[in-house]
Design a protein around this ligand. Structure first.
Ligand code: NAP
Length: 308
């Protein structure tokens, strides 16, 4: 099987010939991958910063959408032909940048009928991350003021939508070109993060008290976001930049966790049209290195995917 991956930690991404997928174990499914997500996190896997359960030579990729081809003997929830999406960690065999994927059946969610393969493939990691930030790290409650820093990104946009669905009053930061889109997602106020004093602008919107909770999705942005949080509030960051605690603010650094039940719940909101994933660009598997370079190189304007 030709996969896109690495021969050793830190190596460049190339097409690698691997043994074909083995038959699924009792609790596994074999998927025909239709599309796979590409994120900054794949660079962490490539360079050894995130152990996803297998060692090189290996296919990269930690999220995918595809069709069930075969199921293990203990699997009763899925049958061949089902369209699904998954964040299947720890990997059982290979990463998702491969035409076939072995995944634990418990980590699958049904792909919404109306969603493209590309959007479904790019959904699991950002959606799970956003949900875990809001429900677990921050415990955001109805009526609370919630800051989302980096709201125009794929994960940031889901933080805004899910925050608004929880009944929070969302204040977001985004560049001027994304102001309208972020407002349409449910943000009451959108502040331009290019203004040096943006945390003061957020404070002014809260009667100078500061927000009760803040989610940071902007690389290196957690310290600025902290300035906009009320004394005794909560801050969660997904960009590995937790500032030291101050003013009684609880600070947490969140890393996505695979969770089948949570993914199926989020898939319901995706199917209802309450969550969306804009796809910025789609590459063939052989151009995986270029796809990842677009992600790590700056502003991709939507999710980047590999389509098969
Ligand atoms: N810990 C985890 O488990 C986890 C999970 C998912 C993602 N992440 C990380 O979270 C970050 C965001 O992910 P994403 O999927 O939302 O990325 P993305 O789609 O690439 O979003 C990047 C966005 O960030 C905005 N931005 C850039 N610099 C900013 C700044 N200084 N202040 C505010 N906004 C800024 C840009 O907005 P404009 O276009 O408006 O300028 C851009 O749209 C990435 O670093 C990713 O690796 C971590």
């Amino acid at each position: 099987m030709q996969v896109a991956g690495i021969r050793r930690i830190g190596a460049r991404i190339e097409m690698i010939e691997t043994a074909g997928p083995r038959p699924p174990a009792d609790d596994e499914v074999l998927l025909e991958v239709m599309a796979a997500g590409v994120g900054n996190w794949d660079e962490f896997v490539r360079t050894g910063g995130w152990d996803v359960g297998v060692k090189p030579p290996m296919a990269l990729g930690v999220e995918a959408a595809g069709t069930v081809l075969a199921v293990g003997r203990a699997v009763s929830d899925w049958t061949p032909g089902d369209p699904v999406m998954t964040h299947p960690l720890p990997l059982r065999d290979q990463g998702t940048w491969a035409p076939r994927l072995i995944a634990p059946a418990g980590l699958l969610a049904r792909k919404p009928d109306g969603a493209s393969w590309e959007a479904a493939a790019a959904f699991p990691v950002p959606a799970l991350t956003a949900q875990q930030v809001l429900s677990e790290a921050l415990g955001v409650r109805t009526g609370e003021q919630l800051l989302v820093n980096g709201a125009s990104g794929v994960t940031g946009s889901l933080l805004v939508t899910l925050g608004a669905l929880r009944g929070a009053q969302v204040i977001a930061t985004a560049g001027p070109s994304n102001r309208e889109r972020v407002s349409a997602l449910g943000a009451r106020h959108v502040v331009d993060y290019h203004d040096q004093d943006w945390p003061d602008q957020v404070r002014a919107l809260t009667g100078s008290r500061g927000v009760a909770a803040a989610a940071n999705a902007a690389p290196g942005g957690a310290a600025s976001a902290l300035r906009a949080v009320a004394d005794g509030g909560r801050l969660a960051t997904i960009t590995s930049d937790p500032p030291g605690e101050q003013r009684g603010i609880a600070v947490s650094s969140v890393y996505v966790r695979p969770d089948g039940d949570q993914l199926r719940e989020l898939a319901g909101l995706f199917a209802d049209g309450r969550l969306e994933i804009p796809v910025g660009a789609s590459y063939p598997l052989a151009d995986a290195a270029q796809a990842l370079a677009q992600v790590t190189g700056g502003h991709p304007a939507g999710a980047i995917v590999l389509a098969f």
